[in-house]
Design a protein around this ligand. Structure first.
Ligand SMILES: Cc1cc2nc3c(=O)[nH]c(=O)nc-3n(C[C@H](O)[C@H](O)[C@H](O)COP(=O)(O)OP(=O)(O)OC[C@H]3O[C@@H](n4cnc5c(N)ncnc54)[C@H](O)[C@@H]3O)c2cc1C
Length: 528
């Protein structure tokens, strides 16, 4: 008799989703997490005394209504914002304000020109068929073949958008809908960053339109807006953890899985790094699929061609994430005084144009840190005061591009290590300098700060290359070229009882719950 009916490896939001659904369906389920806390990259963590940070993911993107309902996400307290974000370039340009009220938003965008309104409407129409083809929010459905992707188009225009999705670039699409590089610089920059943060490619690189469609996609017309959770994004995963354990599920923290044990082509359980073994006929791995197949499963249990395919996944994470404990609120100088209104401070994008982002990416490939990096700055404590002590603030900044390991120069390991550290300091400095150019007291307000590179994120969460997508959104890593719960469509993993559930699976990165949901559905369908 096995110890449990099912074991889930990893308590990120996908692992917790799978564990919750399995436990609720009556399978006694154990969820094993290597860290001290559950939530993975969707966690709120007190990094400094009294200062809490959304350590990675910070906004809940529009979520599938089916999944939201099943997981009870709709009733979680949110931070109601009048302004979701403000985009600017920081060169004296007019900020673009994303009001949550659609009428207010359209009225404001009109100030930036009727072409901006028409361009955004055009982009939304462009994105419809690619959204269906990608199936990012499709609960319980398999990834699509190329033919099935084209079949999502209802007319010739939509067929052309599927061709864009597969072969086009971000700039191809932006040049079509928002061609004014100056007037729409911030908007183009925001959209370009939204896209390429899930790639290791500049926005002019063919194939990046897939990431634009991916970032711009929403489940349906009723779910357009992103959400901020009260208490930070960790409120989502704390909720899942509560539902899982209150239904009798068992979560074990500080429990790193070293091996998925397989005998006679079926899983029998897992071995932990302390040498203990736990048995179950079902193992759901909610860590990166390639790590699962090439490292955790005994090599002899996986055919060489499948193993080789998984070993080719591109994981070149190339971002920097900084967290700041601030002694007060930054004060923005003219012409950006508008940002001193607390309503405007939740999410400030200081973007580079797509052309600048392209150049910065090309430099990054040669190991050069951008001189003027694009930054997404958040000060969530402005609207959610529990995240920082009274009068203080917790801020986070996300920035591109930080050169990944293979882009750095240096022959010896020692030299590479030191250049890595130097680049981290250099890029961190540039992020602080850039924010301080707009808000002159920013640097003096910093009580403490920390900088996470992809390497740190990789160590913290076991994500290869620090890649939070667990497989970047390149056209050769979407659709049937992204695994589902049983591996790649047409080349399933021949191990009974083994399922894949992380962001590296179909459904993909972001806090969508879809890969975890799909894995649980696959387990339950096979049990039925
Ligand atoms: C800086 C940053 C900003 C982001 N911003 C957003 C955002 O605003 N909105 C959004 O939707 N997405 C965002 N993302 C992406 C999003 O956070 C991730 O794609 C998503 O959280 C991944 O979820 P997951 O459950 O698949 O994996 P993870 O969250 O990585 O969970 C995997 C878990 O498995 C554990 N683990 C690993 N190896 C083992 C092992 N051997 N044994 C046991 N446990 C193990 C890890 O500790 C981790 O807890 C961001 C990511 C980053 C890094």
């Amino acid at each position: 008799m096995a110890d449990y009916d099912a074991i889930v490896i990893g308590a990120g939001h996908n692992g917790l989703t799978a564990a919750t659904l399995l436990q609720r369906a009556g399978l006694s389920t154990l969820c094993l997490e290597s860290k001290l806390y559950a939530g993975g990259m969707a966690s709120t963590v007190e990094l400094f005394d009294g200062f809490k940070f959304e350590i990675a993911g910070s906004v809940q993107i529009p979520t599938s209504a089916t999944v939201s309902k099943e997981l009870g996400l709709d009733d979680l307290p949110t931070v109601d914002l009048d302004v979701m974000s403000v985009s600017l370039r920081g060169v004296g340009d007019d900020p673009l304000v994303y009001y949550t009220d659609p009428i207010k938003l359209m009225t404001h965008i009109e100030v930036h020109g009727a072409e901006a309104v028409n361009g955004m409407a055009g982009l939304m129409a462009w994105c419809k068929a690619p959204t269906r083809a990608l199936g990012r929010f499709d609960a319980g459905k398999p990834p699509k073949t190329l033919d099935e992707m084209y079949a999502c188009a209802t007319n010739e225009f939509e067929r052309s958008t599927i061709t864009d999705l597969l072969f086009g670039s971000v700039t191809d699409v932006l040049d079509r809908y928002l061609p004014d590089k100056e007037k729409h610089g911030a908007l183009r920059g925001m959209l370009a960053l939204l896209a390429v943060n899930t790639t290791y490619r500049g926005p002019a690189t063919p194939g990046t339109a897939a990431a634009l469609a991916y970032g711009f996609a929403v489940p349906d017309e009723n779910a357009l807006l992103v959400k901020k959770l009260r208490g930070g994004i960790g409120a989502l995963t704390s909720h899942l953890q509560d539902v899982f354990t209150s239904n009798g599920g068992e979560l074990r923290l500080r429990s790193k899985v070293d091996e998925i044990v397989v005998a006679d082509e079926r899983v029998t359980g897992v071995r932990l790094d302390d040498g203990t073994t736990v048995t179950a006929p079902v193992v759901v791995s909610a860590i990166a699929p390639d790590l699962t197949i090439t490292r955790l499963v005994d090599g002899a249990a996986v055919p060489a061609d499948i193993k080789e395919r998984f070993s080719r996944v591109d994981h070149r994470g190339s971002y920097l994430q900084m967290h700041f404990a601030l002694d007060g609120i930054p004060e923005f100088a003219p012409p950006y005084e508008l940002l001193n209104d607390p309503d405007m401070q939740s999410n400030i994008g200081i973007f580079s144009t797509p052309e600048e982002l392209q150049q910065q990416w090309e430099d990054c490939r040669r190991g050069i840190v951008p001189a003027d990096p694009a930054i997404a700055l958040q000060i969530p404590s402005v609207n959610d005061p529990g995240l920082a002590p009274p009068g203080k603030h917790a801020a986070s900044a996300f920035s591109l591009w930080f050169p990944p390991a293979d882009a750095r120069s240096g022959d010896s390991r020692e030299e590479t290590q030191s250049s890595y550290g130097e680049m981290k300091v250099e890029m961190g400095r540039r992020v602080i300098d850039k924010i301080t150019r707009l808000a002159p007291n920013f640097e003096s307000l910093i009580i403490r700060h920390t900088t996470f590179t992809p390497k740190h994120m990789g160590t913290m969460f076991g994500a290869p290359g620090g890649d939070y997508c667990h497989g970047l959104i390149h056209p050769d890593q979407i659709g049937i070229n992204r695994p589902g719960p049983k591996g790649y469509v047409g080349q399933p993993i021949p191990i009974d009882g083994l399922y894949l559930a992380s962001a590296g699976c179909h459904g993909g990165p972001g806090i969508t719950f879809i890969p975890g949901y799909n894995a649980a559905q696959a387990v339950l369908a096979e049990k039925a």
